[in-house]
Ligand binder design. Sequence first.
Ligand code: AMP
Length: 315
Amino acid sequence: MGVRRWDSWTGRHQTDTAARHETGRGFFVSTEDDHVQRIAIPNKGRLSQAALDLFERAGLKAEFRADRALVARLGDAFQAIFVRAQDIPEFVADGAAEFGITGADLIEESNRPEVTELLDLGFGKCRLIVAVRDDSPVDTPEALPEGTRVATSFPGLARRYFESLGVPIRIVPVSGAAEIAPHIGVADVIVDLSSTGSTLRVNGLREVGTILHSSARLIGNADADGSELTPSLESVLRAEKKRYLMTNVPRDRLEEVREVLPGISGPTIVDILDQGRWVAAHAVVDEDKVHRTIARLKALGAEGILVTRIERLLP
Ligand code: AMP
């Protein structure tokens, strides 16, 4: 019987001991029998670091074999491959990776039915918008004249959008820096991503319509077994918006404390070894309600208030 090993290059467990000698490449020894699933992660750009941070918080820290390696191990069950965000929907649809993380805009643009969205990861928020030159008389996309030239790296989404409005347009494909196109006469409008709108303003453009709201998504194909990964990432995302609050409160104010600290199913009340005048109350609180909750607890005579982050929260 050969040694079962996890090969970081093939991304699969192998039992053939001869193979490691043949390749002479590094490998991870693993006693796990699980099939290793691949996750395609953006190799650079806005989503890359946020995706790696999320995996780390979920206990899946990327282990690279070398600097600038294009594969990494993510725990025992997953292997990360680092590719361009634009290519990820195609790679997942074609089965090169079972899972992927990329923008909803790119998923929609790829229009591949083999890809299923498993989870909205909440970061990388932006919108795909239609913008005209500041000096244009147009205020809505519907008002654009027939034959309007649209510079975009999202030809599929732009075409479908203008078709749905009944406005015949011509696509001018660009792979970046669409903002310049209306100023150099190669297009009349642009369809591009925007988050704060500052790039548009700096480039003398004005937004006239939104095609799509986007954020980073976890996607999978038919072979993706999301039973472990999806709840794991979800528990981290859910926990981010919550805090765990602990406080000492006078026992005779408990009814009011229950109203201030509803928690998931009411606060946890713990005895304090003090003749029974005080108790400790613990509860999960929405991050954006922490300030108000503290003020209300103080008004009830609470002392020793402690607020901590939560790593994961499972309902
Ligand atoms: P990039 O940084 O060019 O690799 O962008 C990859 C993805 O990041 C895009 O497809 C969007 O899903 C997302 N994104 C988030 N905010 C923005 C923004 N302001 N401009 C462009 N892309 C953004």
